[in-house]
Design a protein around this ligand. Sequence first.
Ligand code: AMP
Length: 225
Amino acid sequence: MILVLMGPPGVGKGTQGARIAVHFDLPAISTGALFREEIANGTPLGIALKRYNVERGEYVPDEVVIRVVRERIMRPDCARGLLLDGFPRTEPQAEALDAMLDGLGRLVTAVLDFEAPIQVLVERFSGRRICPVDGSTYHIVNHPPVQPGLCDICSTQLVMRADDAPDVVERRLVIYKEKTEPLIGYYRRRGTLIVIDAVAEEETVFAHVIEALAQRRRAQWRAVS
Ligand code: AMP
C-alpha cells in the first residue's frame, strides 16, 4: 500500500500519519521531518536547506526534494509499501513520484486529503510542540506528552517549530494555497483522492481514515470481481 497525505500545514498530517503508519506497518516518510533532521545535524544538505529558507516556510526546489525522496523510497523498508507525508507538494513532484513508482511497477493506492478551516489550523499551530531529537509531535491540549513539556520517547525538552511562528505560518498557508492545493485536482482526476474531515479530535479522524480506506478497498474488489 502506498499512501500520500495531503492537507494544509497544521491540519494534523504528522499525528495521523504516525498512527496510520503503525496501523498498517508502513514506514512513514515525512520530507519536512527529514529536512529538520538534516538541519539539526548540520549536514551539507542541512546547510543548503537553510539557504532555501525552509525555516521561513519557503519550499525546497523540486529537484532537491525529488532526489531525497527517490533515495529514501529505494531503501528495502519501502518494498512492501510506504506512507508519504508532505510529499508531493507541487505538480512536478507529483509527476516525479508517479514516474518513480511506475519504474518500480507500483501505483499510489490512495491520497488522503485532510481538510479543516483556518481557525482550527491556527489553534493547532499555536499548541504544537516537537521533540528536537526524534522529531515526534505533540499538542499541549489535543495530544499532550505524559510528562508536561517532555518527549515521551526520549524525555528531551519539547520546543516549538521555528516555522510555527505566526508570521511564518501565514506565509506557509499562502504557499500551500498557491502551489499545493492544485494537486487536489491532480489526484481527483486520477481517482485516488479521499477527502477527510480533520476537524474532529484525533481518535475520530483516525477512525474515519481507516473506514475510508476499507471502503476504498471494498470498492476496488467489487470493480475487479
Ligand atoms: P512540513 O513538516 O511538511 O510542514 O515541512 C516543513 C518545511 O519543509 C516546509 O515548510 C518546506 O519548507 C519544506 N518541505 C517539506 N516537504 C517539502 C516538499 N515536498 N517540497 C518543498 N518543500 C518541502
